[in-house]
Design a protein around this ligand. Structure first.
Ligand code: IFM
Length: 443
């Protein structure tokens, strides 16, 4: 049977995403390392430990894997606590280490996309109150300038902050991330300071490197009313959408945003997004309830009853929502990179279908001429999944944390085949995700 193909444009970025704390290992000088020590914070009492040992040099073998699999890009992050271990000290050796890693990427033909902040803060920042302290945005911008000065000969594409909405919700409303608070006032303050931190870093980076492309990585979730005709479900789904999805990108376009009874104005944040990094995994239904849920809001969020779920129930299979997210993002009028998409799946029984279906949605968007420039799988190798520890395995490659051995999952093979073709073909889908063949390539 002749092969059918969904082709991608030449130069489309294909790669994986990682973050420093989750892969480097032996990262002790930040608030997450401290948070891990407190009983009850991490699943099964686990800890990050050596992680994938990138700080010990195993980035080399993993970058080789990415190159061998035909990736042309890789997203990694820089650990603020390593670069600035104390307020008055820059660690030039740590900078050299990252310079080596970035050279390691470019030598292998992997275009570097670099995140400056991915959930972790140096302990000294935590000790002055973290992002609740209004001084922290400027401190972050100074660190960003330092990194950009050191890496600008090889890096042009920067993400200031990864998913600022996640630590706001999980750290200040749900108590699942450090500092473990449930305090709406603090959540507002941190949200505002993340936005200021992004804005100040954007301007500092541009000053250092005018040709830089600067964005942030945004966690998008769809929120739909559980009962479409129910006014409170509708109101709450809209509220989640505004708070979770709209606040940061709208602020980086307009410099102002209204949420609940507040009008937050940050003039220097206007027009500080050269592109949008979109991280998409799943979407929720929202239902009103008479008592306050764990987020302090009178609602509950859940996946549709008939949704197919990842093995631990963490991710729901709703690929069309990625297309919807891309359509929603068009109003910001900037190019989009899918900076994260993927699923936990130790046995690789669900991931191939999940990835193929989402890549198909990206193709649909590209086919509509929407400005999507790249797609990054979370993640290259299993890594430390924050409060879930090692119980959630997101890698194209499995990791044995005892021996540091990597195992190539079939999803890595499938991704390599897609990249080799620069297309999702019927042959690939038939071999790796046969359940999708009738949907994607109907006869
Ligand atoms: O592992 C995380 C990552 O750090 C941020 N985005 C979501 C991933 C999977 O949960």
């Amino acid at each position: 049977m002749p092969e059918a193909r969904f082709n991608f444009p030449k130069g489309f970025l294909w790669g994986t995403s990682t973050s420093a704390y989750q892969v480097e290992g032996n990262s002790k000088n930040n608030q997450w390392a401290q948070w891990e020590q407190q009983p009850g914070n991490i699943a099964e009492g686990q800890s990050c430990g050596l992680a994938c040992d990138w700080w010990g040099g195993r980035w080399r073998e993993d970058f080789d894997r990415a190159e061998e699999d035909g990736h042309n890009a890789l997203r990694m992050s820089i650990e603020w606590a390593r670069i600035q271990p104390a307020p008055d000290r820059w660690d030039e050796h740590a900078l050299d280490h990252y310079i080596d890693m970035i050279r390691g990427l470019t030598r292998r033909g992997l275009f570097p996309v670099v995140t400056l902040h991915h959930f972790t803060d140096p302990l000294w920042v935590d000790e002055i109150g973290g992002w609740e302290n209004d001084e922290v945005p400027a401190l972050f911008a100074a660190y960003a300038a330092k990194v950009v000065e050191a890496l600008k000969s090889s890096v042009t594409t920067w993400l200031t902050i990864n998913e600022p909405n996640v630590p706001v919700f999980l750290g200040y409303l749900l108590g699942e991330f450090p500092p473990g608070k449930k305090d709406l006032g603090a959540a507002f303050r941190v949200m505002t300071n993340f936005a200021r931190g992004h804005a100040l870093a954007y301007h500092a980076i541009k000053e250092e490197q005018p040709e830089a492309r600067v964005g942030f990585a945004h966690s998008f979730r769809g929120f739909a009313p559980a009962r479409s005709g129910h006014p409170l479900d509708r109101y709450l789904a809209g509220l989640y959408h505004r708070a979770w999805n709209e606040f940061f990108p709208a602020m980086f376009k307009n410099g102002v945003f209204r949420l609940l009874n507040r009008r937050i104005t940050i003039p220097e944040a206007a027009n500080t997004m050269d592109f949008l990094g979109l991280n998409y995994y799943s979407s929720d239904l929202v239902r009103f309830r008479v008592s306050a849920g764990k987020e302090g809001v009178f609602s509950e969020r859940f996946y549709p009853e008939d949704a197919e779920l990842s093995p631990n129930g963490m991710i729901a299979y709703q690929p069309e929502e990625l297309f919807r997210a891309i359509e929603w993002s068009l109003k910001f009028d900037v190019p989009v990179i899918i900076t994260e998409n993927g699923t936990e799946d130790q046995e690789d029984s669900f991931r191939r279908k999940y990835l193929a279906a989402h890549i198909h949605q990206v193709w649909r968007a590209v086919n509509f001429n929407y400005p999507v420039r790249g797609y990054f799988v979370w993640s290259l190798v299993d890594n430390f999944e924050w409060q879930e520890g090692w119980t959630r395995r997101f890698g194209l490659y499995g990791l044995n944390t005892e021996t540091q051995a990597r195992t190539r999952r079939p999803s890595a093979e499938m991704f390599a085949e897609i990249l080799k073709e620069n297309a999702l073909t019927s042959g690939t889908v038939r071999s790796y995700a046969p359940d999708l063949i009738a949907d994607l390539f109907p006869e």
